[in-house]
Write a protein that binds this ligand. Sequence first.
Ligand SMILES: NC(=O)c1ccc[n+]([C@@H]2O[C@H](COP(=O)([O-])OP(=O)(O)OC[C@H]3O[C@@H](n4cnc5c(N)ncnc54)[C@H](O)[C@@H]3O)[C@@H](O)[C@H]2O)c1
Ligand SMILES: O=c1ccn([C@@H]2O[C@H](COP(=O)(O)OP(=O)(O)O[C@H]3OC[C@@H](O)[C@H](O)[C@H]3O)[C@@H](O)[C@H]2O)c(=O)[nH]1
Length: 317
Amino acid sequence: MATNSSNGDTQKATKQPPMPSPLRFSKFFQVIVADNFFTGSKDNLKKWIGHPRFELIRHDVTEKLLIEVDQIYHLACPASPIFYKYNPVKTIKTNVIGTLNMLGLAKRVGARILLTSTSEVYGDPLVHPQPESYWGNVNPIGVRSCYDEGKRVAETLMFDYHRQHGIEIRIARIFNTYGPRMNIDDGRVVSNFIAQAIRGEPLTVQVPGTQTRSFCYVSDMVDGLIRLMEGENTGPINIGNPGEFTMIELAENVKELINPAVEIKMVENTPDDPRQRKPDITKAKELLGWEPKVKLRDGLPLMEEDFRQRLGVAKNN
Ligand SMILES: NC(=O)c1ccc[n+]([C@@H]2O[C@H](COP(=O)([O-])OP(=O)(O)OC[C@H]3O[C@@H](n4cnc5c(N)ncnc54)[C@H](O)[C@@H]3O)[C@@H](O)[C@H]2O)c1
Ligand SMILES: O=c1ccn([C@@H]2O[C@H](COP(=O)(O)OP(=O)(O)O[C@H]3OC[C@@H](O)[C@H](O)[C@H]3O)[C@@H](O)[C@H]2O)c(=O)[nH]1
């Protein structure tokens, strides 16, 4: 199996970074959110709309964006498999053209840019847990490739802009993250199980159910991303919670915590579903002083509360 040393000499920039934007030294933060609302919702931003230092733009990252900024958190991309597979050509354009546009913006204004890459760059991993040095086991022509190969190209573009143009880059490889305000119909496993348990519907475990994932609570993720952006390491750095669960274990936890009356039902899976996934977070601990604080059994009830409010179903006890 192939491994590499991702932060060796070959990754060094050959050029000085562009002059940082004067905004970097500004006293006040301003936040501009650009989103095409394909999977996102304005509801999640309502507390900020109208704030004088907040701006929301309906914008698709596959088009150029001319704004003045000093840091770019490049998150735009559908992330749930059902959404990224819905229009795979658009997903790959978002990853490739979208990342090129964000890097072009970073270059023009001298901004630092952080890419939210993914554990899916490891594909169906043959090394467990996955360190950043693992090159992955990815099907280049499968139904998930628009996303996993798209993110791999996005990482390549980040390093090429870094080496060739001196752009200050940061790459986070995010492992499954969940939390309040996720789209109820997002389709990912945690939101599916929580919505199903609240509605009293069977929890749909896709076969075989022994596949594993490691779930990180959103506040831990945000803390990790900010530390990466503010720190001195380009990454890639795994950010995720190493607690590893089979999908049957996840369903059993949701059942016990949210609705012991629901049934667990085995259903068909989709092609190329990774069989195991768990981050090696040694680098995040050493380089960012980061590790997750919220355990799955503490995070699930926080998400339940938000989902109950939005679904209008109170807890009976
Ligand atoms: N949540 C996870 O488990 C996870 C894991 C690995 C990587 N990531 C990455 O983190 C980022 C955010 O993921 P998320 O879970 O919040 O997903 P999400 O689907 O909830 O949010 C993605 C956002 O990007 C927007 N978007 C999609 N395509 C766009 C485009 N072409 N132009 C502008 N906006 C666009 C959507 O409308 C949405 O607001 C994504 O890049 C995703 O690949 C997430
Ligand atoms: O209802 C469901 C949904 C999903 N699953 C299973 O749960 C596991 C996790 O599936 P999810 O759809 O939540 O997401 P995946 O882990 O496949 O991909 C995820 O991880 C990496 C990120 O980059 C992606 O944004 C995210 O989609 C899979 O094994 C899937 O088969 C179920 O058992 N039941």
